[in-house]
Design a protein around this ligand. Structure first.
Ligand code: GLC
Length: 566
């Protein structure tokens, strides 16, 4: 099964140290390698930087680390444009660094999940470079979607699909003789041509890439754009000028096609050949939680991100609804629900909640920062009290806000530079994180940072918050510890809702005979609830005031209670 290339080190496998199905209730920490820690002072984070901070992640109390792409890439989209799937970009290190990282993580009982980008390659990937260079007759063009244009001279794109980043999803090529040629499909940037998954060589290549990283010892894969691989036959027009509104509300000819599931069933077969419990998590944007559940049927993937939860506003009714729908949709397929509030593609939740609801996930205004942080902390405790697996994004444990005032000239998000894209402000959540109060790039590294850090960033640093009672970092640490050991909060597949005032979410969890209640007051006034038991953890100082026979919950807070019996 294992085939090692000459420079590929021997495998390190983490035995099922935390028991079977570790992933069902895991807390998985997302590292965006460019922005986590820089070991060689070039202003860009790297694998050695991540390795040096593994003890921090172990002490924080997470179970696994998901690394955004670190493969060889021209970085047209922060590494989601891969030029060599089996190599580490020199900017991040080399394969030996990846091996050392995996080994050290395992020694600390941390799992490593890597990003797999199968929907598209970089335009610098060998197949695509040759497909262009060899001209229209190149058989390699069949591995992508090349089509003649419409119009008298082929001057119009082959269909009406738009790029997620804005503009047409097609770019016209120039033939080797200098004349305008066919067009190729790219659902994202022009530097990210979409693979044609109907061509057998594409499937063969990705099954081989999976084995390469499994042989390296990784514990799983996050599948980028997992909903996009299969396109409707004939690439039919959408016939609508409102693609942005349709996305996420409907099955599209290029997203969430039923054909993707056969691919994942084949991949699951490969994963299951390997020792240890390794997982797939899908980035699958689908219209409904029910369609997301199709990706995590027992013979497919293990988890899928819950973007409906991420998109929900801070309010009891909406949250209760999405929690119920998430749990109800996963239960029939036996997969754990997942929960996420922030990642590298959306405005950080401390800033989303600082702004009025309804602005979406790309926000340019700071809003009321204190309110945003207060709600973010409450939202985090709520999330961590839910059954299933939780994803946290680097820096949210510091309560970092989005950096909303980056000058346009430093921005690198390709979506920012294309008109009317869906995304566009993703640099604000990618600013390198602060480790120390002072010093060059606040401890990120010795040589500045690829995006400028705001003044005062050091006050939010790991150093500034470590051991400080009430800090956001200590709140996360305490919550992970309770979740893991005290109440097994991630276990199970349901919650029991308790009667509560309109703005309050109150639910009971039962685990190991011990009772547990979580209350979140999402409103702006103090509310009265019963005393459910002993307060285990609260999202803010003064979140709860105990009076004679009742408790008062302060606005925008979450409280964890342990109760005498279930
Ligand atoms: C995913 C990634 C995002 C990237 C896109 C194209 O949505 O999370 O960062 O731009 O795919 O690969």
């Amino acid at each position: 099964m294992s085939q090692h290339t000459a420079d590929q080190p021997q495998t390190s496998t983490l035995a099922a140290a935390t028991g079977p199905d570790w992933w069902r209730d895991a807390v998985i920490y997302q590292v965006y390698p460019r922005s986590f820690a820089d070991s060689n002072a070039d202003g860009m984070g790297d694998l050695e930087g991540v390795r040096s901070r593994l003890p921090y992640l172990r002490d924080l109390g997470v179970d696994a680390v998901w690394l955004s792409p670190f493969y060889a890439s021209p970085q047209a989209d922060g590494g989601y444009d891969v030029a060599d799937y089996r190599a580490v970009d020199p900017m991040f290190g080399n394969l030996l660094d990846a091996d050392a990282l995996i080994r050290d993580a395992h020694a600390l009982d941390l799992r490593i999940i890597v990003d797999l980008v199968p929907n598209h390659s970089s335009d610098q990937y060998e197949w695509f470079r040759r497909a262009l260079a060899e001209g229209p007759a190149s058989p390699l063009r069949e591995r992508y979607h090349f089509r003649p244009g419409r119009g008298a001279d082929g001057e119009l794109p082959p269909n009406d699909w738009e790029s997620i980043f804005g503009g047409p999803a097609w770019t016209r090529t120039t033939d080797p003789d200098g004349t305008p040629g066919d067009w190729y499909l790219h659902l994202f940037a022009p530097e990210q041509p979409d693979f044609n998954w109907d061509h057998p060589a594409v499937g063969d290549e990705f099954r081989s890439i999976l084995r390469f990283w499994l042989d390296m010892g990784v514990d799983g894969f996050r599948i980028d754009v997992a909903h996009g691989l299969v396109k409707a036959p004939g690439l039919p027009d959408l016939g609508s000028h409102d693609q942005v509104r349709l996305l996420g509300n409907d099955v599209m000819p290029f997203f969430d096609q039923d054909g993707v599931h056969a691919i994942y069933r084949a991949w699951r077969g490969i994963l299951d050949e390997y020792a240890g419990e390794r997982i797939f998590v899908a980035e699958a944007w689908t219209p409904t939680v029910e369609r997301t559940a199709l990706y995590v049927r027992p013979d497919e993937l293990h988890q899928a991100f819950n973007f409906q939860y991420l998109s929900a506003a801070w309010g009891a009714a909406e949250l209760r609804d999405v929690i119920d729908r998430s749990l109800d949709s996963m239960r029939p397929v036996g997969a754990p629900a997942t929960w996420v509030l922030s990642n590298h593609d959306v405005t950080r939740h401390a800033t989303r909640f600082a702004n009025p609801p309804g602005l979406g996930t790309q926000i340019r205004t700071a809003g009321d920062r204190d309110l945003g942080l207060r709600r973010a902390r409450a939202a985090t405790l709520l999330m961590l009290a839910l059954p299933g697996s939780a994803y946290v994004y680097q820096g949210e444990e510091l309560g970092l806000p989005d950096v909303v005032d980056l000058p346009d000239e430093v921005r690198q998000d390709p979506s920012f530079f294309r008109a009317a894209g869906q995304d566009g402000f993703r640099d604000g959540c990618r600013v390198p994180i602060p480790w120390t109060v002072d010093g060059s790039s606040y401890g990120f590294g010795g040589g500045g940072s690829w995006l400028p850090q705001p003044e005062g960033w050091g006050e939010l640093s790991v150093q500034a918050q470590t051991g400080v009672e009430g800090s956001t970092l200590e709140l996360y640490r305490a919550a992970f510890a309770v979740r893991r050991s005290h109440a097994a909060l991630g276990a199970g597949d349901s919650v029991v809702w308790l009667d509560a005032p309109a703005d309050v979410l109150a639910f009971r969890r039962e685990s190991g005979g011990a009772g547990f209640v979580c209350t979140s007051n999402t409103g702006d006034s103090v509310v009265r609830v019963p005393v459910y038991g002993d307060v285990v953890l609260a999202s803010a100082e003064g979140a709860v005031v105990l009076a004679d026979g009742f408790a008062e919950l302060a606005p925008d807070t979450t409280v964890w209670w342990s109760t005498a019996s279930a």
